[in-house]
Design a protein around this ligand. Structure first.
Ligand code: SF4
Ligand code: SF4
Ligand code: SF4
Length: 253
């Protein structure tokens, strides 16, 4: 490969857990370094280029006007933009709190006259076009490797169009729902190799809603298993959080 692919990794409001998955590549990162050059990464580099980039990964949710301007500039200077993790792809953790609650909490902390710059938290796709979404809280190494190697070799990246249950069944796990235990696998997008149910933990939906999932019908079942309050709580994080009420119910891909 003559020219290395120029990659940038940006972060907005988040816990930085997804970009740490790049560091967890360890020796694979050295292999990748033969094909890619990370030219902008605040977390790991002292000097950073301003672009252009072949691929920009953006982690986190935009919460200020500066964030919004920044992601628009990144979009303009990047060949492909990847939403890295749920905070970027679904508004994830920052989106859990409704706009009214955010405002009340901000005024409690910063004073009664405090005005939030951005009232409602939206995912990146509300502001810019996104070429690929890597879901998860945090993203998995496998999915990240799939995307990075796909971008290096110019492969078409196919989003997983099936729920976690399909991967869970392929691993021949015993189904938690059959034991009347909660599990969001049927309505959650696949791609994690059924990480949680494979160790007998319920899927809590961190890959976001599966395309075409019948969320209302599943919720009725979940209410029967755990009661209404607990069902609401379990689905609130990544399936029905307030930022997903409008355009983001079935975000692509
Ligand atoms: S998706 Fe989860 S792990 Fe990734 S940055 Fe957001 S809160 Fe952290
Ligand atoms: S345990 Fe969960 S993910 Fe696995 S098959 Fe049952 S519902 Fe689906
Ligand atoms: S099983 Fe569910 S909660 Fe666990 S990693 Fe996969 S999508 Fe996320």
């Amino acid at each position: 490969m003559k020219n290395k692919i120029k990659v940038a990794i940006f972060d907005l409001t988040d816990c930085e857990g997804c970009e740490l998955q790049f560091l967890a590549f360890r020796e694979k990162l050295l292999d990748l370094a033969k094909s890619i050059e990370i030219t902008n990464w605040r977390l790991a580099k002292a000097k950073n280029d301003n672009g252009p980039f072949d691929v920009a990964f953006i982690e986190g949710s935009p919460l200020t006007q500066d964030d919004i301007e920044m992601i628009k500039e990144i979009r303009q200077s990047s060949g492909a933009v990847v939403a890295l993790g749920d905070c970027a792809s679904l508004a994830g953790i920052p989106g859990i709190v409704s706009s009214g609650e955010r405002e009340a909490l901000a005024r409690k902390i910063y004073g009664k006259n405090y005005e939030l710059a951005v009232k409602k938290v939206y995912p990146l796709s509300h502001y810019i076009n996104i070429d690929y979404h890597i879901r998860g809280c945090p993203v998995t190494q496998k999915e990240l490797e799939y995307v990075v190697s796909g971008l290096i070799w110019g492969k078409v990246l196919s989003p997983k169009a099936y729920p976690v249950c399909l991967e869970c069944k392929a691993k021949e796990n015993h189904c938690l729902l059959l034991e009347d235990k909660p599990c969001l696998g049927p309505i959650t997008k696949g791609g994690c190799d059924a990480l949680c149910p494979s160790v007998s933990h319920r899927c809590y939906g961190c890959f976001g809603p599966a395309k075409g999932a019948n969320i209302e019908s599943f919720k009725k079942h979940l209410v029967e298993v755990v009661g209404r309050d607990e069902a609401n709580r379990q689905m609130h994080f990544f399936i029905t959080n307030p930022s997903m009420e409008e355009e983001n119910k079935d975000p692509s891909p």
